[in-house]
Structure formats: structure tokens, C-alpha cells
Design a protein around this ligand. Sequence first.
Ligand code: PRX
Length: 656
Amino acid sequence: MSSQIDHLLNEDRRFAPDGAFAADAVGTAELYEKASQDRVAFWGEQARELLHWHTPFTEVLDWTNPPFATWFGDGELNVAYNCLDRHVEAGNGDRVALLWEGEQGDERRVTYAELTDEVKRLANVLEGLGIGQGDRVAIYLPMIPEAIAAMLAVARIGAIHSVVFGGFSADGLRSRIDDAGAKLVITADGGYRKGKVSPLKPAVDMALADRNGSGVQESVEHVLVVRRGGNEVEWNDERDVWWHDVVPAASANHTAQPFPSENPLFILYTSGTTGKPKGILHTSGGYLTQATFTNRNVHDIHPETDIFWCTADIGWITGHTYVTYGPLANGATQVLYEGTPDTPHPGRWWEIVEKYGVTILYTAPTAIRSFMKIGRAIPAKFDLSSLRLLGSVGEPINPEAWMWYREIIGATTTPIVDTWWQTETGAIMISALPGVTETKPGSAQVPLPGISVDVVDENGAPVGDGNGGLLVITEPWPSMLRGIWGDPERYKETYWDKFAEQGYYFAGDGARLDEDGDVWLLGRVDDVMNVSGHRLSTTEIESALVGNEAVAEAAVVGASDETTGQAVAAFVIIKQSYLAAHSPDGLAQSLRAWVGEQIGPIARPRDVYIVEELPKTRSGKIMRRLLRDVAEGREVGDTTTLADTAVMSVISAQVR
Ligand code: PRX
């Protein structure tokens, strides 16, 4: 990490906000002033200004039982009403909410009035299927307008959605359905990915099959299926319902009922340091306040004129907050794209920017780096002059990629906001405000108004400007997670126990403060990897590997990768009987495929190294740091704490 720090320390390029941009920017310096006077009152004011409350709240924050927070506790609202009906009632029903583009080039424009109508019908259907407040609904859909409608209809009736990324396998889906005890699954026959139909319903069928004897009581009563891919699907008449049979026929009258501010809104599973993904729980009023506030001020949303495009899938937190909730609560118009960036050609994204006149683009560094690799000639073929703001999220953006983004995509004038946050934080926490902050390539910079962070040492003492340590959040924030589904102890342990004395939230990220006090993120300090902006747990992949009958032992590390940030590198010890019968290449191939099936293609290791031993300390702990050295092709570091110091030279030789 030290070479990375040195490199960052030498970064001295600065970009002041453009005068015209600043003059028209939504977020101003006044926000910092107000928030610094009274942080809690500031959030109360935002919640009142940005949202419609059926019942106004009288108390902003109750933090008497930390780490369990209550925001706007006695207030009541309806999240879907805030995202839909109120815009229609204000006379903006004809405004386009979604400019949807299918991978095949098919398109749909959905206005706020149309989306409201669809969500009302669907809410009636859900209630007809027995779903009510507090019930869990799993959503396993491609990026189609129905996915947004599904989330909002669940929210509208006070139920809880658990969106599962379409790239997760049947096993991944099953464990999420079981953990949440979902009563309904909303899926599609399939969606388009890389020019082909990628089936989804068959994975749902598999996830729900063969429960007999597993000891798990089946919670799912129905599966609601959208026709999208047109692929053949099996049908269970008792359980399965076609969307097109029930939604258009349902009544479009549905009154949004108020729910308490702390009514759970969704569970979203993310990888932690153990093998079991954790269900991060978010609730309504606080989450929607910060989602709306950050989208408005960081993305500088002018709902009447902007065309916003966040490229994230709704299966991730970025898609929840900046595809579904933030932009719709703000009444913005956005692009929704079903497919992959390079199908059918490598300029697909830029073609979409040109076609719809996208003004604000929010994407991940990994995408930017892969565009850099293909070269500037591709984006140069398209008119990108509509872009006026660029955003980055999900992993540290290296200054080279930042500069390329600004120069090639942003015509050297467009401001960039590098936004740090997490599934757990619910919304952006650290970022420049594009009309206020002088930006620095590679630094996420400053906490937003109303947010307090610090960088501390192992004991919780502030490291001060110019030093590195651990990133903490020092005060509660509206969109903070409220817990881990079904596991309050794990919530405390994971995030709050480390700095219990100070009452800080431990983010799991290393960070450094520069001489100006700006934050530079340095990556995870735990066993969580970040591959293409997706969070993966080393332990989860290790347990998938040892679940394969050929594998005796496995260790997984995140090795740095030019395009994906980190890549999964697996070191496995194969059982003797298998070694004799199979070629190492064949074994490596089949293990890669195995992990893909067990967890999903994103978790597939880039490298599988077959080794005879793993480096362990005398107490039996695997020294991943040394394996990372090997996977990154470096000189192996200090091996003196190994039980057997010769092991590393054997491994290095084998890998070579
Ligand atoms: O390590 C940080 C990194 O992504 C982690 C959170 O991952 P996830 O919950 O999947 O949410 C990603 C989208 C918000 C963080 O702990 N991370 C996220 N944004 C940045 C980042 N690292 C550096 N710079 C960022 N802007």
C-alpha cells in the first residue's frame, strides 16, 4: 500500500468549479454552513423540504439506544407516493421518468403518469397475492421498467423488497430467499445480456426445487413472471403467475397509505468477512431523505432539464439509491439500459449518451478503465457534448482514469464527483459538491453537509492531516443501515464493536487525510475484495471452493488488476486422487466454472493456482499477504512468522 500512498501524494492537479456551472448549481456552500450549525436540525429541514410526509415528524433523531437509530420516528410517509403520485399531482405526469433502452435496441419511454399507473395496478396485484406490510418480496429481474415498478409497488404497500442481482446463481438466490423468508418472487423468463437471452426463471425454479429434506420450510407462495426474453420456461400452475395476465387487468386505483418512517423498505445482501452474505436492512424516511438529498446536490439534478444516467444494476445499492429512489423522488428523467457496455459494439454507451442527450453520467472506475483500454477513438465517434457532470462510485478511482474520464468523456471541462459510500451507508457520504469544491483527481475529498467522518488509528485516535489509518463515521446519518436482517448481534459486532468506546461506525476501509484534510480512500482493510466495484468475500469463495469434491484446501486473495481494480486469485490444494486423474489445467477450468455456478459469474476466479501447500502461521492462520505477493508477481515479503518458511519458495516455483 505504501507505493500507492507515495503515488497519490504526488498528485497535485486541482480543478476549480466552472463559473457557469457553479452559478446554476443546486448544492451551494450554504449547505455546509447550515449543517455545521446544527447537524440534526439540518437533516430535519432536508426531510421536510424534499419529501411529502403524511404525518409530519416532531423528533428528527433518537440516538438513545446506539447503534440502533430512529430517524423522524413519529413521522409517516409513503415512499412510492414520494417517487410517483406527488409528481403527477403537481402537474408533471407527462414528464418522462424512464428512457428505457433494451440491449437489442428496442426502446420504451415511460412517463411519471404511466409509471404511477403501473405501480398502482401492481400494488393491487401484490395485495391480491396476499402480500402486506412487512412481508418480504424477492426481485430477480433484468434492467427493465418492470423492475423499478416492482420495487416501488412493494414499497407502496409497506412490504420489504430484497433485490437479487440477476447475475447470481440459483444457489445465491436460494440462500437470499431463505434468509429473508420471502413470500413472493418477482422475476422474468429471461433478459438480454451480451446479445443473448440469459434465463432467469429457470434459476428461480431451481432455487425453489428440492427443498424436501433440506430442513428449510418453503416460504415462497407465488412467482410473478414478466415476459421479456421469450425463452421457454417451465410452469407450475399453482405457484406461477404471468405479469401480463394480471397486471394490465388490475385496477389502477390504489391509494398510498402512510407508513411509519422506520418501516423497513428493503434488505440488500452484501458480502462481509464471513462466508454468509449479510442482509443489510434499510428503512423508509431517513433513507429516502438522504437518497434524494445526495442525488439532488451531488448529481446536481435539475429535474426539468437533466437526463440522468446511473449505469448500475438495480441488484446493487447504487441501483437502489441512484436508479430507483433518488432520481424518482426528485422527479428526474433518467436513462435505463438493459444490456452490457460492449453489445453489440464497444461504443454502445456513448451511442446512448448521444441518442438521449445524457447530461449526468454516474458510473464505476472499472468501466472507465476498460474504455481507456479500448482507446479514445471509440467515444470520439459520438457527440458527448450534452454531458455536464460525471460521477464515479464503487472503488478508488486512480488519477489516470480520473483524468481520462474528464478529458475524453468530459471534454476537459466537465466536473467529476468521486463518491464514497457503501451498501450500509445507503447513500453518498463523502464527495465533492460539483459547484463548490475544487476537485483533486483520485480523492473522494470531503464529507457531505450533515455527515461526519474521520480517519483514526487502531485505538480510535484521530491520525490528523497528512496521515493514514481507518475510516470511521463519527455521527449517525439518516440513510444508515438499521441492522442486519435477523442478526442484531452481528450488526453490532461488525460495525460498532471496534470503536465502541468512541461510538464510531467502522467502515472497513483504509484512508488517508492529506494536508488539506481531504480523504483519500485506500481500499478495504478486511477480507473483502472489490472486483469491478462489486464486493466479494474471500471466505465465501473459499467455502465454495472447498465445497468441490476435488478440493482439500483453498485460500483466496484479491490481486490488483489493471481493469477490474482487484481480481480473484485462488490457491487450491487438490486431493491426491483427483490430481492423479485430471490435468491441472482441466481442474483449474472446472473450479472456475464451479465458483461461477455456486455464487455467480462475478465471483469466478481470474486465476486458480494449484499448489501443494498454503503458507500458514504457527497458529494455523493462512498468510494471505504472501499469496497476494505471488498473485501480483512481486517479490514475496517477510516470511519469518510462517510455520514452514520454505513453503513460499515452493509455491512461487509452482505458480511460475
Ligand atoms: O471499499 C469501499 C468501496 O466500496 C465499498 C462498498 O461496497 P458496496 O457496499 O458494494 O457499495 C459500492 C457502491 C456504493 C467501500 O467500503 N468504495 C465505494 N465507493 C468508493 C469506494 N472506494 C473508494 N472510492 C470510492 N468512491
